[in-house]
Write a protein that binds this ligand. Structure first.
Ligand code: LLP
Length: 418
């Protein structure tokens, strides 16, 4: 459920016509609905009300300060994967005791920063990382709260680039080898083994892979406890999918109920790291039609947004619905919606039936709130788009459009070239 809807043929975000935002802020531009964010967070959180739990928003999906602040104000924790994300999370006012640090490659500096901040837990992904974290903690005279991310070898049945729980992936520690690593960790003086983590993939549209993972973790936790390792946290990662098109992922209530039933007897505090399910359908990308042309059998609609603004279609072949912000024209045409970047992969839609458009029309690329702006780049020296948050009948620019002069930040021409 989201708050982008038509009123008399005009597309609104909550009570604001998107035409107004396009006119005042320009395009391309991301627009997020506060009411949708709030609703998604609450629905997810309430679905787990029967469990001692903490919802840590996976900020890799969207790290704008206003989005993070929204999560923080709703009581959420944050899942981070870098020192940069830690900085953003703290700037947004996140409570360090609600911050989880995931990721396969934490540097010494990042470990130090997070240790000094006293975060809730490090999700450690390899033997070497555990040793290093112990060393860094010792040097600082602190003890690191650690959960080892295990790889349960489960097929989440999603896009290969976002499947992370298979044994061929770089993520986590093979679950069969994890007991030995916990035993090694038990002897380390600056490591406190608080939990077990896993994240099996993203855009998962069935419950069974999650339940399979839980069964495997359950067994592991029993073994760990029998070996005197007092596991208190179970981190199930993120991954719950959303409808982009016709997918029918389980509703958070069903996901929550199934997991609660299985997890309650474990007596752990359960951490979740949802990203997409919170923010994916809470955001869109507005883009304006520049030109059209017929080339062979193809009709191209060339828009001012491009793969540098939203790379998901180019990178994963992912589907995003495209809605005109003014409906009216009934006639439909099969088109490719493409951007100005010099790559054939620069498209938002291929062979898509859309109402006939004209130059100057504005289109909404739907479900772009997760892994949209955060994956934007300056490829082709294109300034990154603005971001706007709507609340009721008001809208707020939460990130200004980059200016061309920003593109040169940090660049220097060496003296010999002057
Ligand atoms: N926790 C960990 C350790 C993760 O690696 C991820 C996502 C999440 C949580 C959040 O997963 P979510 O709830 O959003 O599915 N750029 C890709 C998605 C990459 C996901 C990476 N990890 C895309 O646009 O589809």
């Amino acid at each position: 459920m989201h708050h982008f809807h038509y009123q008399k043929n005009e597309l609104f975000c909550e009570e604001v016509p998107l035409a107004k935002i396009a006119a005042e802020v320009g395009t391309p531009c991301y627009v997020y609905s506060f009411a949708t964010l709030e609703r998604h967070f609450k629905v997810f959180d309430q679905a787990l009300a029967g469990l001692p739990h903490l919802v840590c928003f996976a900020m890799k999906a969207n790290s704008n300060l206003a989005i993070l602040r929204t999560m923080v104000k709703l009581g959420g924790g944050i899942d981070i994967v870098s020192g940069g994300e830690l900085f953003r999370a703290l700037t947004a006012g996140a409570d360090p005791r609600k911050i989880v640090f995931s990721g396969v490659g934490k540097s010494d500096e990042e470990m130090e920063y997070a240790l000094r901040t006293k975060i809730l837990q490090f999700n450690v992904e390899s033997e070497e990382e555990l040793f290093r974290l112990n060393e860094v903690s010792k040097r600082l005279g602190v003890v690191a709260p650690v959960s080892i991310r295990v790889n349960p070898n489960i097929d989440p049945k999603t896009h290969p680039y976002i499947s992370t729980g298979l044994k061929k992936s770089k993520f986590g520690v093979d679950i069969r080898k994890s007991l030995a690593l916990y035993q090694a960790g038990k002897k380390m003086t600056s490591i406190d083994l608080v939990g077990v983590s896993c994240h099996i993939g993203s855009q998962i549209t069935q419950i069974s892979p999650f339940l399979e993972a839980v069964d495997k973790l359950f067994e592991l936790i029993k073994k760990l406890r029998a070996n005197g390792i007092n596991i208190r946290h179970l981190d199930l990662g993120g991954g719950l999918g959303i409808p982009y098109d016709r997918e029918t992922p389980p509703a958070p209530a069903r996901y929550g109920a199934a997991l609660t039933k299985k997890l309650l007897p474990l007596g752990c505090r359960v951490l979740f790291e949802p990203g997409r399910v919170i923010v994916g359908n809470a955001g869109i990308l507005l883009t304006k039609v520049l030109y059209q042309k017929q080339q062979g059998k193809k009709h191209f609609v060339i828009v001012d947004g491009a793969m540098n603004d939203l790379i998901r279609p180019a990178l994963y072949g992912s589907f995003h619905q495209i809605w005109p912000i003014k409906k009216g024209v009934k006639r439909q045409q099969k088109v490719d919606v493409v951007g100005p970047v010099c790559e054939s992969g620069d498209f938002f839609a291929e062979d898509r039936k859309l109402p006939v458009v004209a130059s100057g029309d504005v289109l909404a690329v739907m479900s772009a709130g997760a892994y949209g702006f955060v994956m934007a780049s300056n490829y082709n020296s294109r300034p990154r788009p603005a971001e706007v948050m709507v609340r009721g009948d008001q809208f707020f620019v939460i990130r200004h459009r980059e200016e061309v002069k920003d593109l040169l930040k940090g660049e220097h021409v060496p003296k010999f070239l002057v």
